[in-house]
Each structure stands twice: as C-alpha cells, then as structure tokens.
Design a protein. Structure first.
Length: 116
C-alpha cells in the first residue's frame, strides 16, 4: 500500500463577506491551520442536520400540536361565559407566555438546523 497524499487538482470558488472571511481566517489561525485545511476539515467533519431529519420533524409536529391546544384553550377562555373572568384572564396570560416560549423554541430549532 502506498502512503501518498491524494493530489488535489480540483478547485471550487466560494464567496464570503468580508466579515465571514475574517472570522474563518481567524478560526483557522487559532487552530494553526491554513485556510484551505480549515475549510476542508470543517466541511468533512461536521454533520449537517437536515430538516428532513425525523427528530426535527417530530419536534416541530409536537410544537405545532401544543400551539394548537393552547389556541383552543384561549378560545374557550374568551368565549365561555361560565368561566370566572379573573380565571379566564389569568389563563390567557399563561397561554400568551407559553406561546412566546414555543416561538422561542421553534426559532432555536430552526437556527440549530440551519447552523449545523
């Protein structure tokens, strides 16, 4: 078996913003790598999380169901005459806070998926 390095004959052009280029160059320098080594290492050693990933799909489905249930609770609180107005207003506040949290979780899920 030969222990030769594979000859790199192919080139690919990629565009960066000035800020992106500076950040990538700095990361490469921090690891004592040249730019090409860092890009190749990063590209080959990180897994990409696809939105087709079953876990991602399952989590987003669950979040959607919880959001739907919260909307149904809010609707009942707004329309039901038998519920004490004080209780209804407290429930609406809780539902509103939960919806904000769900939105934050959803944004983080999307960011995580996009960043990987």
């Amino acid at each position: 078996m030969e222990d030769k390095k594979e000859k790199k004959e192919l080139r690919k052009t990629i565009r960066f913003s000035k800020k992106e280029l500076e950040e990538i160059t700095q990361k490469a320098n921090d690891l004592n790598m040249n730019f090409s080594q860092y890009i190749i290492y990063s590209a080959l050693n990180k897994q990409i999380a696809s939105k087709k990933n079953p876990l991602y799909k399952d989590l987003t489905t669950q979040l959607a169901r919880v959001g739907n249930n919260l909307n149904q609770i809010a609707k009942v609180c707004n329309t039901e005459k038998a519920i004490n107005k004080h209780i209804a207003s407290n429930l609406i506040l809780v539902v509103s806070e939960l919806q904000k949290e769900l939105s934050n979780i959803s944004k983080k899920l999307n960011r995580t998926s996009d960043d990987l």
